[in-house]
Design a protein around this ligand. Structure first.
Ligand SMILES: NC(=O)c1ccc[n+]([C@@H]2O[C@H](COP(=O)([O-])OP(=O)(O)OC[C@H]3O[C@@H](n4cnc5c(N)ncnc54)[C@H](OP(=O)(O)O)[C@@H]3O)[C@@H](O)[C@H]2O)c1
Length: 328
């Protein structure tokens, strides 16, 4: 399922193109630098601000978004999913050639109709399984970050492979998927496990212990700070491999309590979350929230920052720093 090796990749599909990377944030910076190092004719399209200034300090001569769209054969949409639609309609579509390609780093904008490529313009998906910092540092270390790839029409998949080569992802491996599968799986994974589920689980466990009189720092060290250790064990050895590397007491307790904590109610909530993603309800709600200036997102962010668990976390990090290097 994972395509390894670069034999079937034709770099000429990308080396002959003029590629504009729109946005110079987390992913945009990494893609621009990697494309340049790989010998691709790349320009950065940006608005005035932090991204523009950073691109200049990295040696690019950025263009305005519409100017870059006019110059490019291929346009890379490294813009936030909630605003790419508006930028595309206003500043890219009227200027971009109708024979080029649009490169998406996540399928959200295409699947939920925010960007509709015109007739003759291929939609390529190259979604790295890691943050932009890793896309860049792995490239510099002659490695890469695995990417999910797709194309519409499917006949353009070799172009997605070639772009993956140009940003270093094919060195690690490529997984062919569809825009819809990538989008639904990504949204569900971050909501149910990686961001939503994990944070809520750790927080609920911490609050349970503190309510029962356990000191906040002790509860935090156990239920939050050690998450990284277990996550690394799973990443390197799988779930069964993690269980092999903990005590039998911990393993036995996990079999007893895990399925009770994540029981039928949690599984029903997961199904409901997936249904909301598939129907487009989640995307509609999020786009409306973003369009209104993100009031509820900002209120949630402020409430979490002021929550007691965060003060405890800060004090634990001060007095008992994690034995691992911090992530980039
Ligand atoms: N972050 C990840 O780990 C990751 C992983 C895989 C895929 N992706 C996908 O990569 C894409 C880009 O995400 P990102 O995390 O790289 O975004 P990001 O770090 O938030 O960067 C967004 C860039 O877009 C610019 N921008 C925002 N609004 C704009 C507007 N209205 N007009 C012009 N420029 C605008 C920002 O400019 P300023 O600098 O001026 O603010 C910034 O340079 C998304 O599709 C995302 O889903 C992200």
């Amino acid at each position: 399922m994972i395509e390894r090796g670069e034999d079937r990749i034709d770099p000429a599909l990308v080396l002959g193109r003029r590629i504009a990377v729109m946005g110079y944030g987390n992913q945009g910076r990494a893609h621009s630098l990697n494309l340049r190092d790989q010998g691709v004719d790349v320009r950065v399209g940006a608005r005035a601000g932090a991204g523009w200034d950073k691109a200049e300090s990295d040696g690019f001569r950025p263009l305005g978004i519409s100017e870059a769209a006019q110059w490019a054969d291929w346009v890379v949409l490294a813009l936030p999913d909630e605003s790419v639609g508006e930028v595309y309609r206003r500043e890219i579509a009227p200027f971009h050639s109708s024979s080029g390609a649009l490169v998406f780093l996540h399928g959200f904008a295409l699947v939920y109709g925010q960007v509709v490529p015109p007739e003759g313009v291929a939609a390529l998906l190259v979604s790295p399984c890691g943050p932009g910092t890793a896309v860049r540092t792995e490239f510099e270390a002659s490695r890469g970050v695995t990417a999910l790839i797709a194309a519409e029409p499917v006949s353009a998949l070799d172009s997605a492979r070639a772009y993956s080569w140009a940003v270093g992802c094919s060195r690690a491996g490529l997984v062919a998927t569809t825009f819809r599968e990538e989008t639904e799986c990504d949204l569900f994974g971050e909501q149910a496990v990686l961001c939503g589920g994990l944070a809520e689980l750790a927080r609920a466990a911490w609050e349970t212990l503190v309510e029962q009189g356990i000191r906040p720092e002790v509860a935090y060290l156990e239920c939050v700070q050690q998450v990284r250790l277990l996550a690394d064990l799973i990443a390197f050895h799988g779930i069964a491999g993690m269980f092999e590397r903990i005590s039998d007491t911990a393993e036995w307790g996990a079999y007893q309590t895990g399925p009770r904590v994540v029981g039928s109610e949690s599984r029903a909530a997961m199904k409901e979350a997936l249904a909301r993603i598939k129907s487009g309800e989640f995307a509609r709600e999020w786009l409306a929230e973003a369009g209104a200036g993100k009031p509820r997102l900002l209120a949630n962010r402020a409430a979490l920052a002021a929550a007691p668990i965060e003060a405890t976390g800060a004090s634990v990090r001060d007095s008992a720093p994690t034995p691992y290097p911090p992530p980039p």
